[in-house]
Design a protein around this ligand. Sequence first.
Ligand SMILES: Cc1cc2nc3c(=O)[nH]c(=O)nc-3n(C[C@H](O)[C@H](O)[C@H](O)COP(=O)(O)O)c2cc1C
Length: 224
Amino acid sequence: MILSSSPIPPNFCSLAANKNKAGEQWNLFAMDIMDLIKTRRSVRRFSQEKLDRNFLVELVEAARSAPAAANVQSLEYIVVDEPKICQELFGTLMWAWHIRPKRKPAPNQRPVAYIVVLIDAEIKKDAAVDAAAAIENILLAAWGKGVGSCWLGVLNREKISQILNIDEKYYIDSVVALGKPAEKPVMEDAAGEDTKYYLDGNDVLHIPKRPLKRILHFNKFGSK
Ligand SMILES: Cc1cc2nc3c(=O)[nH]c(=O)nc-3n(C[C@H](O)[C@H](O)[C@H](O)COP(=O)(O)O)c2cc1C
């Protein structure tokens, strides 16, 4: 299932689990999870290969395992993998604001599945932080299997509610778009304060991140 160009081993979890000595297991896992975290990028061009329903359920399992403040859990998930509904959902999303409309996926590059993340306001209304933790788990679990994703927060929520028949007590936090990547965005150190992503002359998406030395302090603020 993993892309041949991906730096991630085929199944990082089972690799870690296969180690007998606890120390070794921890070291191996730590190394792999760093690779996973650092190489995950938001993807906006997807191959049209379908994703297995069980895999999508696994991603929700990853979300469910995330931390939640006071362990109060107000999140629910809608997996969308039916092509007609995917198409309708696509029309409610905003892609790559800074370079719009250049990274809006073309019809043959669209996500093949989505996970819609809902907050049950009757359980806990202000759960955006819990949702964020759950969503990051989805993104990493997906990338661990070579599947790309894009976290989408600029949404036509009213339209999504209609399309998916969502009860009004739910707030739609985010939509996660999923599919095998058909682009390879690159992360780089931002040269200055401008962190807007951009396309280069070869249509490669660049993601400037603030350099470590700019944001890291030891013991007291300002001590580098
Ligand atoms: C809360 C949140 C909302 C986002 N909403 C959108 C969105 O509506 N559309 C989009 O194309 N990307 C969206 N993104 C993806 C960001 O643009 C992306 O994470 C950022 O450019 C950094 O790139 P990276 O994910 O590859 O590190 C969102 C990300 C977050 C965390």
